[in-house]
Design a protein around this ligand. Sequence first.
Ligand code: NAD
Length: 494
Amino acid sequence: MAKPFQLPPSLSELRNYVDGEFVSTGRCFPDISPLHGGLLAQVHEADAALVDRAVLAARRALDGPWGRAGVDERARWLHRVADVIERCFDEFVAAEVADTGRPLAQARTLDVYRGVANLRTFADLGKVAHGDCYETRLASGQELMNYTVRKPLGVVASICPWNLPLLSMTWKAGPALICGNTMVVKPSEETPASATLLAAAFHEAGVPPGVFNLVHGFGPGSAGEAMTRHPGVDAVTFTGESRTGAAIMKAVADGVKEISFELGGKNAAVVFADADFDAAVEGVVRSSFSNSGQVCLCSERVYVERPIFDRFVAALKARTEALKIGWPDDEGVFMGSLISHEHRDKVLSYYALAVQEGATVVSGGGVPTFGDERDAGAFVQPTIWTGLADDARCIREEVFGPVCHIAPFDTEDEVIRRVNDSAYGLAGCVWTSNLSRAHRVSRRFQVGIVWVNTWFSRDLRTPFGGSKLSGIGREGGRYSLDFYSETTNICLAL
Ligand code: NAD
């Protein structure tokens, strides 16, 4: 039976939200279902003139009730937005699922859950943000009091990816807004639905016009580029591909705008022979195949200590082949579709390239067949490779699909060298029962986050970000509050 996962009629046209009003532009692009290839909605693309209106509205809002509000009042507004999301929880879940093809359970327990948690966490953290104070005595005997005050940066442009749409938008909006900034937000062209619902939630919560503006569109020559080039934008927070980050960096250079970049990854998981074997197999299944491998933190490179290598590969293959792929609401489904048919072409091109580069395909490597409407969806099989050289493109480039390569290693020094031999530096996993080794190895990874005997466990107060091609800066907890604030030092002669 067909399970179309359509958007409701109220979302058949997705509009921009500028200065407190939903705005049509008449120039539309289609929002296509990755599950069945059908039309979900028409999306009204913002041009440079509408982006300009949004930025001007955001600037005006800095001087309005929002700009004059204290942190308690801003926190109340953010909590009210979170209340609306909670009340419309199922609508948000349905929008995320329709746009992304992911399992319903994931949209509930990760995407929409975190959407609420991001807003509430930063609303509360903002209230306890504080400055520094130093008492100074100069050689002359003059006494000084130095203290800092935090001020908003101004208008923040937030450009978001498609892989975790609501999570990414709220991860930026929570801290940016609690710090008193106003925003122009662009979701990915692939995932406009939950973004439109989020704008409606801001509207319903009574957040003053111009504080949260939403523009739909693409990157180059469209809304994304217009945002980064706009002189009225004070800071750009971007999550997406590393090469897009490089293009944005060039675009903001003339305006010397503040930037925070969360970019791509080619993350490694290292499994030592002393690890809890079953937990490590389960952990690697999750870290390689969750969200169909479309999480920047996924492990596409897995290094396993030689004594357990063959057993580990066999266990991972068995566990992977038992994973259920299918409709988002199928009982026990683990993987839905990829984000789009275009992205599937990219992932499949890596499946072919791996074979050309000499990989042994241990599992998957193609497209599943269902014999029903799902055959029109952007599904791929979770895939395990062995046998690639360390300099193979499939080892060096981010695939962003459900794939991992497993290689044996013999010593700690060797595996650390191979882990760090990457242009990226986002995240890593270590599986071991040796406490000293866990500390020793983790601190030598050239990445922003290391998980030991777990993966993707997050406390929103901790720093998040990457090194090398994986990003610039850290967000999370006080790191976000620091990025979204301008600090002024005031020095008083006593
Ligand atoms: P993408 O770079 O293609 O697009 C991201 C956003 O940038 C979209 O909204 C797009 O319209 C916009 N954009 C594209 N070109 C632009 C330009 N020149 N100027 C302004 N805006 C532009 O990324 P994607 O395919 O949506 O997302 C997948 C990528 O995101 C992967 O590389 C993944 O690793 C990365 N990612 C990183 C993190 C992290 O925290 N480090 C989190 C999620 C995703």
